[in-house]
Design a protein around this ligand. Structure first.
Ligand code: PEP
Ligand code: MG
Length: 758
């Protein structure tokens, strides 16, 4: 096609791109290039002024370049993402053209640049890897209408500009700015966000299971002195703490006394000293003393001795802290706001702290679906993980700020950062209050379709969400948590107590119990995994409980007794084929028969279901649906197996998206078959708790979603702002796309249709 054949719009776009290329290929530094580009855009369009804002500190947009305004305010103006019209463009990742900007509810003109003299506005986000990295904005003094073609040209320019903004040179420049402002690189860490939210507080370094790296001593005498000093200091500190703390009376006093006696035990000290004499460092000697004791006592059934073993582990860890010179422990931090920093952590470890005081959790070795992260998320605690070296860098007592939305941790944050984080916390509290108001309103779409929303429960405090959310019930009860947090396998009665408490607290609401799902990332303290190469596809979950049938039978008995006189719903995780499901189902039905024969009271109805997590089962769905009363989709595991992508590997988290055709097609297949067979179907993986993903699920036909209690309000708010007919059509069309992710399209759709996705 000859040049003359092109439309004026195309010619204009090509001219702009030509000039853009000239500037980008020039010799100027990155800031000069940015200024030239903004000047060129203003001159080549009909605008009177223009500006480029870039994201710094991940929650702020700062003016980096401007042209046409009466004063140069580069680096002097900033907005929070979501604040003002510029902030809204960044947050929604959507261009915005306003012929009269003063009519917009977020309008707040900047007097410094006489912004009230400008009427028309167009803002376009700069996006890279689905994240906003900046905004370009143009303004006109006279009323002017930007056409869709103008918008398109600016969006094309923004793509090129995004490359410059994301360049190494610009990143280095931004880092240098941050450093100049007193926030050095070392004090700011980038990690992987595992749970969103903001927090500030005193660091508490979680020292359990501290690794001993130096095994052999160079100088025995020196090592013995080190041991003696650490032991003395530890006991002196313990004495002082126990003497000055008002601990009242009760069982905990006996426990503390026993703990203190243990710490002073001469036999234990001698054992460590002997180990040092044999050539070990004091640290390795203490660890060896623990291992010896563990080898002797771990097989015992004596609960008292087991408890002592638990104490010894704690005291060994405490002593290791003193030996390493960092003897401040969580107890020595006198603050109502703490941020726990751990190398790794189990869900039970979180219970060592008063969770109401935890403002954030940093886990150096954390992975997205590790259970401590799921528990923290349920408690609304922001979590950031995968920051190499942070565990050793941070000292207990230091002030930390955490940005769980973008995965940043600030050590000794500047006043500026502190203010930003405080503002974010206040904003979140306001949102929470708004979501709480939804409690009494029905979970219905705008066009009247009921969407049943349930909560996932792991720990008993999750049960508070039954009342605060007013949910339909518990769509997934992860029974392994009580198994993981006690130090021996709970017997039928103990299990029954847990399950009964759960049923009682739920009143008449539906409860779905999942049979024990351990292995892979969920290890039991008393049951080490056999060092498998691929634990996620190894001996785990239903594979263990079918092989160790007594465990499964006992759990079924506990379920049946806890639900006597009520409806019992039991589902089996990780079922890979029809035969496995039938085997598990028969185990439950056999226990039911036995209970009846014993004359014990039984549930008035028993529903048996399975989780859809292993792809093979989808190919036998027709047969399985004839045998199952319900199915529930565990999208965390299903996605990991569909994409062959380890759910715990942070390198892969952004590679595959459940919001893409392959996964959505699988989800469509399942709901279509279940609906046809008339079998109840729900989703209980993390996908159901993310508003934009839940939107796609509803579009596919899902009407039952179960999520963590903390996600409930956001999903309900999305449901109530949605028209179901439109989204069903849209998702069907979208699934024809071969894009790597359909997330941006769904976000734009939600923004354009007023669907609330916080
Ligand atoms: C899942 O796999 O989606 C699920 C709900 O189970 P869990 O996360 O406990 O493995
Ligand atoms: Mg699972």
């Amino acid at each position: 096609m000859g040049k003359s054949m092109k439309s004026p719009v195309v010619n204009k776009a090509m001219e702009l791109l030509r000039q853009l290329r000239q500037i980008t290929e020039g010799q100027d530094d990155v800031t000069a290039k940015l200024n030239k580009i903004i000047m060129m855009i203003v001159q080549q369009t009909d605008a009177d002024a223009g500006a480029c804002y870039l994201v710094v500190d991940d929650c702020y947009l700062e003016l980096f370049a401007a042209y046409g305004y009466p004063e140069d305010l580069s680096h002097k103006i900033s907005f929070r993402i979501g604040q003002g019209i510029i902030g809204i463009v960044a947050q929604n990742q959507c261009s915005l053209a306003l012929s009269d900007v003063s009519k917009h509810p977020a309008y707040s003109p900047m007097p410094e640049i006489k912004e009230d003299e400008y009427r028309t506005f167009i803002g376009v986000p700069l996006i890279r890897w689905n994240r906003t990295i900046g905004v370009i904005a143009l303004q006109n003094k006279k009323k002017h209408t930007y056409s869709p073609a103008d918008k398109e040209i600016l969006e094309t320019i923004s793509m090129v500009l995004s490359e410059i903004v994301a360049s190494d040179e610009m990143s280095a420049y931004k880092e240098s700015l941050i450093r100049e402002r007193g926030q050095t690189g070392r004090e700011r860490y980038k990690g992987l966000s595992l749970s969103k939210g903001y927090g500030m507080g005193c660091a508490v370094v979680h020292r359990r299971r501290q690794a001993v790296t130096k095994l052999f001593a160079d100088d025995k005498e020196k090592e013995l002195r080190k041991l003696e000093n650490a032991h003395k200091k530890m006991n002196a500190d313990l004495d002082e703490k126990f003497n000055t703390t008002k601990i009242g009376i009760g069982e905990h006093v006996d426990i503390l006394d026993a703990y203190r006696m243990f710490a002073q035990d001469k036999g234990w000290y001698k054992k460590i000293a002997d180990n040092v004499q044999s050539g070990l460092t004091a640290e390795a000697a203490a660890e060896r003393a623990y291992e010896d004791m563990w080898n002797r006592l771990s097989g015992t059934n004596d609960a008292y001795l087991k408890e002592r073993l638990h104490d010894l582990r704690d005291i060994t860890d405490r002593l290791l802290g003193y030996l390493s010179g960092d003897n401040k422990t969580s107890a020595s931090v006198d603050s109502d706001d703490i941020i726990v920093v751990a190398m790794s952590m189990g869900p039970a470890d979180l219970m060592d702290y008063d969770y109401k005081k935890i403002r954030g959790l940093i886990i150096e070795d954390g992975t997205p679906t590790m259970h401590v992260a799921i528990v923290a998320k349920a408690l609304g605690i922001p979590v950031v993980a995968k920051i190499k070296g942070i565990f050793n860098d941070i000292k207990t007592g230091e002030l930390l700020a955490i940005d769980g939305n973008e995965g940043y941790v600030y050590n000794k944050p500047s006043v500026q950062i502190q203010e930003k984080i405080k503002a974010k916390i206040a904003e979140k509290e306001k949102l929470q209050a708004k979501l709480a108001e939804l409690r009494k309103l029905p979970s219905k779409t705008k066009d009247g379709t009921k969407i049943n929303l349930f909560i996932n429960v792991g720990l008993l405090f999750d049960l508070d969400y039954i009342e605060t959310t007013n949910c339909e019930g518990i769509g997934l009860y992860r029974t392994e948590i009580p198994f993981m947090s006690s130090d021996q396998m709970p017997d039928v009665n103990k299990q029954m107590e847990y399950y009964k408490e759960l049923m009682d607290r739920s009143g008449n609401k539906k409860v779905v119990f999942r049979s024990l799902d351990v292995g892979s990332d969920k290890l039991l303290p008393y049951w080490s995994n056999a060092g498998e190469d691929n634990p996620a596809i190894g001996w785990r979950s239903i594979r263990i409980t079918l092989d160790r049938r007594a465990i499964l039978r006992k759990q079924m008995r506990a379920f049946l007794r806890a639900a006597a006189g009520k409806e019992l719903n039991v589902m089996f995780p990780m079922i890979a084929n029809y035969a496995e499901f039938i085997e598990a189902k028969e185990t439950l039905l056999l226990e039911l028969e036995k209970e009846k024969r014993r004359g014990s009271p039984t549930p008035k109805k028993v529903n048996v279901g399975l989780m859809i997590e292993v792809p093979s089962v989808i190919f036998q769905l027709d047969a399985i649906l004839k045998q199952a009363d319900f199915i529930s989709i565990g999208t965390n595991d299903l996605a990991q197996f569909i994409f062959a992508s380890d759910r715990g590997n942070p390198r892969l988290t952004e590679r595959y998206d459940v919001l893409s055709a392959p996964f959505l097609k699988v989800m469509q297949e399942i709901i279509t078959k279940a609906t046809k067979a008339g079998v109840y179907c729900s989703v209980c993986g993390e996908m159901a708790g993310n508003p934009i993903e839940a939107l796609a699920l509803i579009g596919l036909g899902y009407r039952n979603l179960s999520m963590s209690g903390s996600a409930f309000g956001k999903v309900k708010s999305m449901v109530r702002s949605l028209n179901i007919v439109d989204i069903e059509d849209y998702v069907k069309t979208l699934m024809k796309s071969n894009k790597k992710t359909l997330r941006p399209q769904l976000i734009s759709y939600a923004n354009d249709h007023g669907i609330e996705i916080y």
